[in-house]
Write a protein that binds this ligand. Structure first.
Ligand code: ADQ
Length: 457
């Protein structure tokens, strides 16, 4: 493989040896191939200052600063109050605001200018996620002809929802400037091709290649996974005494960022339905870990209040002196402790209303004791459900169905648990995050340069 790898992501790890699946996979790839990791500095600052070097890694890390206004309008605004809800089928939450659109385009344009000044002709550029959809278009406008790949971690929006994107953003044209567009699932690929099918500027070539005006882009699914070995090790690490992990305890678990796409109010209501329909005799609890995120966005504050209300109501109605049905842990919990809690649970509830993949589903499977595994209850609307078909797949809007799945999981025979867990483990191992990053980089670097019709120097 020639050339450097240049990774662009919203967050850039600042520690010498990063942890967390995706970050580790990119760290490994960069350490192997050499290159640059470019991302937003965690603190705001002067947006016109040159890149800041973050030392301590075997490759270069370059951070750019967002101004306070960029943070408001680009990050909280266009990225998280327009693109995020739009891509998770929550058009009702989209906040159309001309300042958001302008900041999004301006931040991408500024970053492109800065990148164009340091890119070398054989660099392989890999851009991550919805914060940077127009970055390739901005780079192409500056004459950058490098191979540029893009991976979208969230779902491709429905074509009809795209109509609410404020003018002038053009999703199809943005993506068409990448040589390779990586998506989480085959369903996302189908949704993306549908967007092109409806666009008179697009022409279809064999193998999911689309000619759009004068460029060819390929669209392919690369289902992301976790660092399986590291997560297993975390799940087996020694816990502090009294953390309840000595034996399988009597709880089902949910671990999520506190986000409306994760279907948490539905989950709490479904658990209430389970208590109503199946009684409290099993004394099963729901342990929900969800630390605050993006609390500056209104929709996130509202969901916290909703969950606290439902938990209070259910605990008041069904709880006993020595038993709380819902334990809502609303603060950050260390990763190894999460891994141990997942291992100790009877079942894991993933009830996303929309989700690119959902790594918690894979983490739960990896954390289990293979001789006595717990049961995964998984929303059909999470990307993970496309391959993890041996989970108990549920419609998260259907409280009765989720309540039944909880009861079924709590009483499932060991034989059935073993069979389902073995099949799910096969998927989790096959999609390990290191294999994922390798296959994306291989595909991008092996693309036929002859297919690029313009834009190469
Ligand atoms: P997220 O929406 O953040 O990611 P997810 O895939 O579930 O969702 O990953 C969350 C990660 O954060 C997991 O590793 C999980 O263990 C960790 N985490 C969650 N809650 C936590 C908590 N309370 N405390 C500590 N850690 C917690 C986006 C997309 C997903 C896609 C990923 C990766 O929305 O659909 O799977 O990117 O592409």
């Amino acid at each position: 493989m020639t050339g450097r790898l240049v990774v662009v992501s919203n967050r850039i790890p600042t520690e010498a040896v990063p942890s967390g699946g995706l970050v580790v996979a990119l760290h490994d790839a960069l350490s192997e191939q050499g290159g640059l990791w470019i991302g937003a500095h965690p603190e705001t600052g002067d947006p016109d200052a040159p890149f800041e070097e973050i030392g301590g890694a075997p490759y270069r890390r370059l951070a750019f600063r967002l101004s306070e206004a960029d943070y408001e309008n680009y990050y909280l605004g266009f990225a998280n109050s327009v693109l995020w809800p739009l891509s998770h089928h929550r058009v009702d939450l989209v906040e159309i605001n001309a300042a958001y659109t302008a900041a999004y385009l301006a931040v991408n344009r500024r970053l492109a200018r800065r990148m164009a000044a340091i890119l070398q002709p054989d660099d392989l550029v890999w851009i991550h996620d919805y914060h940077f959809l127009p970055l390739a278009a901005e780079l192409r406008a500056l004459g950058v002809g490098n191979r540029i790949g893009f991976f979208l971690h969230i779902p491709v929006p429905n074509i009809t929802d795209l109509e609410v994107l404020p003018h002038p953003p053009d999703y199809a044209a943005w993506l068409a400037q990448y040589d390779l567009v990586g998506l989480q699932t085959r369903t996302d690929v189908a949704r993306c091709l549908e967007i092109y099918r409806a666009d008179p500027r697009a022409e279809f070539l064999p193998s999911c290649a689309v000619k759009f005006e004068d460029r060819v882009t390929r669209v392919q699914s690369f289902p992301i996974g976790i660092d399986v070995a590291a997560f297993r090790a975390d799940a087996l690490s020694a816990g502090s005494k009294g953390d309840g992990m000595e034996a399988r305890a009597n709880y089902v678990i949910g671990v999520d960022r506190l986000d409306y796409s994760k279907g948490l109010p539905n989950r709490f209501r479904a658990f209430e339905r389970y208590l109503q329909d199946h009684g409290t005799g099993d004394r099963l609890s729901l342990v929900q870990i969800a630390p605050p995120t993006r609390e500056a966005v209104d929709a996130y504050r509202r969901i916290t209040a909703d969950l606290e209300y439902i938990a209070g109501q259910v605990n008041g109605l069904y709880g006993a002196f020595d038993w709380s049905p819902i334990r809502f842990i609303h603060r950050p919990v260390p990763r190894d402790e999460i891994a141990r809690l997942l291992r100790g649970a009877k079942a894991c509830l993933v009830t996303s209303l929309a989700d690119g993949m959902n790594l918690v589903a894979k983490e739960f499977v990896a954390a289990q004791d293979p001789d006595d595994p717990g049961v995964l209850i998984l929303s059909r609307f999470a990307g993970a459900a496309e391959d993890m078909t041996d989970a108990l797949l549920v419609n998260p809007y259907d409280h009765d169905a989720v309540a039944q799945a909880i009861d079924r999981a709590a009483h499932m025979s060991r034989d059935e648990r073993l069979r389902r867990h073995a099949a799910l483990t096969e998927v989790v191992e096959r999609t390990d995050v290191r294999a994922w990053s390798r296959s994306f980089i291989d595909r991008l670097s092996r693309l036929e340069p002859g297919l690029l019709l313009r834009g190469r120097p």
